[in-house]
Design a protein. Structure first.
Length: 556
């Protein structure tokens, strides 16, 4: 393994010579001659970093090298954490500090600063700055500008990140503004040093110095962030300007000097970009909303066209339309109901007014499709409801089916509806009026929709009229004169024997059965009853569930 010297270069102040330890000490004879001259005090080597005297020492293997005195002050070259590559960068940097170009630049900067207003206490490579940790740095140029301390460090060769950080962190900790004079810096370069410098700079301002100018100016190359109006995306643009000290700004937080405030500009452009994004997103959403609205509008238009085709067809079948409607999305249903607007216009009343008996399927589709909003109990401007239009429309001859449809959809029969039925059937059909009115009131009590079917069966209706006649103590739905209970009961036993099990329960519960026995002077009722019990008559169990729904108190 080759021998690595920590201090590769030393400076002879008397001659101005930079001594390369590897060149002079690798030759043992020359190396020991230097050591002899040193011990005779014929020359004194100095450290290029800390400017302190060095000693010329030798190892047990007779290797000659430069060394700090044991009790000397802190120096970076005494730090054993340098990698070989970092050490090489660092030593080359120190060596470059004594190059003609480096000396020219720092002297020229110092001279022009001395001629600049508000600049004082200028030091060219002769001022050490100390920290409270015992560290020290000697900048190429130091000065005070107004109330701020500035240091200038000249970069002529590649600098390691350790070297950059050592300067940056040190001066920042002391509240001193560091300005790198980047003599051969490529802002678009991709070398490690160029990346490291860019990383350190918050404002993306980089400075060069033109030694030919007559007053102190820095050539500032700075990055500006622009926003493309067409794409709303960032792009960077580099600009260049010569600036005097009074044109520079000072970032106290980062202890950084800048001409163009890249951080502020980027923050402002980010806000603009965000605003543009919101506008762009809003317009995109508006386009999507409009597109979606057009799609829904077309869909609803086509759906209503299909309804019209089915309604006007010779044979209608709304099954497929009901199937399609089940797959409508919520927003589509909203548009459909807004288009129909059945709760705010007179359309449903006109449909019932103008319908034929064969329009039942269309009206059933409209009323029973739960996606279609309609208030079945709503009245028109004249105070008429849908029941009114069913009885007024002579072309609806199967009124029973239409009435059942209303109740299936939640219709509530009331006292005000009775005259509608009375006017339709007239005085001669009063018993029919009673039956229909009775069934409508019973329909109000139905909770299970499937029971509307047996309720509106004519034979069931007549059976229920027998039961309600007993409950209300008056004959309902039959042409018998009031008080003709024996004839009424005989008819029930003879013609509604399959209902008798339920009728008998009511007769006995409401005392009519005992009354019939008393009134049956000719035993006609009792004989019919005996004949009934002798027959094998199958009870109408289809009527049973309806009976339980209407008279739960009698089924305990």
């Amino acid at each position: 393994m080759s021998f690595e010297r920590t201090i590769k270069y030393a400076f002879n102040k008397e001659t101005g010579e930079i001594i390369d330890a590897d060149e002079v000490f690798n030759n043992r004879d020359i190396g020991f001659n230097y050591r002899t001259e040193y011990n005779r005090e014929e020359f004194v080597p100095y450290c290029l970093e800390c400017d302190k005297e060095l000693t010329v020492s030798s190892s047990k293997y007779d290797r000659v090298y430069f060394k700090h005195f044991p009790n000397s002050e802190y120096c970076l070259l005494k730090d054993g954490k340098f990698t070989p590559k970092e050490k090489e960068f660092f030593l080359n940097t120190l060596k470059s500090k004594e190059s003609e170009r480096h000396i020219l630049l720092k002297n020229r900067i110092g001279k022009l600063l001395n001629e600049t207003s508000d600049v004082k206490e200028i030091h060219i490579d002769d001022k050490f700055i100390f920290s409270n940790k015992g560290e020290k740095r000697k900048p190429d140029v130091y000065c005070k500008y107004e109330d701020k301390e500035l240091v200038f460090e000249i970069q002529l060769s590649d600098l390691s990140q350790r070297y950059l950080l050592s300067r940056y962190d040190f001066y920042k900790s002391q509240g001193i503004y560091l300005i790198w004079i980047l003599d051969n810096f490529d802002i678009l370069g991709n070398s490690q040093m160029e990346k490291d410098i860019k990383y350190l700079s918050q404002h993306q301002n980089y400075f060069r110095f033109d030694d030919s100018i007559k007053e102190f100016k820095l050539n500032c190359r700075f990055k500006q962030t622009k926003l493309s109006p067409s794409t709303n995306e960032f792009y960077d643009e580099w600009n260049e300007v010569d600036v005097t000290l009074n044109k520079l700004s000072f970032d106290e937080e980062h202890c950084e000097v800048y001409f163009h405030n890249f951080l502020k500009e980027k923050t402002e452009i980010l806000a603009i970009q965000k605003k543009h994004e919101l506008i762009i997103e809003k317009k995109r959403q508006e386009r999507e909303t409009k597109k979606e609205q057009e799609r829904i509008t077309d869909k609803i238009h086509n759906f209503l066209e299909k309804i019209a085709e089915e309604k006007n067809g010779i044979i209608s079948n709304f099954t497929s339309l009901q199937s399609d409607l089940r797959y409508f999305e919520e927003n589509e249903i909203i548009v459909l109901n807004n288009r129909l607007d059945l709760n705010n216009n007179q359309r449903v009343f006109r449909w019932f007014q103008d319908s034929k008996n064969f329009d039942f399927d269309f009206l059933a589709f409209i009323l029973t499709s739960h996606q279609i909003e309609i208030d079945i109990n709503r009245k028109d401007k004249k105070g008429n409801n849908l029941l009114y239009y069913i009885f007024k429309n002579e072309d609806i001859y199967e009124k029973n089916e239409f009435i059942k449809l209303l109740f299936e959809c939640g219709f509530e029969f009331s006292k005000n509806d009775e005259p509608i039925i009375e006017q339709h059937y007239g005085v001669d059909e009063y018993h029919t009026t009673q039956r229909v009115v009775n069934i409508c009131y019973l329909a109000n009590r139905i909770k299970q929709k499937r029971l509307y079917y047996p309720l509106f069966d004519f034979r069931n209706q007549m059976g229920l009229c027998i039961i309600e006649s007993c409950i209300q103590n008056k004959i309902i739905g039959y042409k018998y004169q009031q008080g003709s209970w024996i004839m009424f009961a005989n008819n029930a036993v003879e013609h509604y024997s399959d209902y008798w099990e339920y009728i008998e329960i009511i007769f006995k519960e409401y005392g009519l059965f005992d009354k019939l026995i008393q009134l049956d002077k000719k035993d006609t009722f009792q004989k019919k009853l005996q004949q009934h019990y002798l027959k094998e008559i199958e009870t109408n169990y289809l009527f049973e569930e309806l009976f339980k729904e209407l008279y739960p108190e009698l089924c305990q």
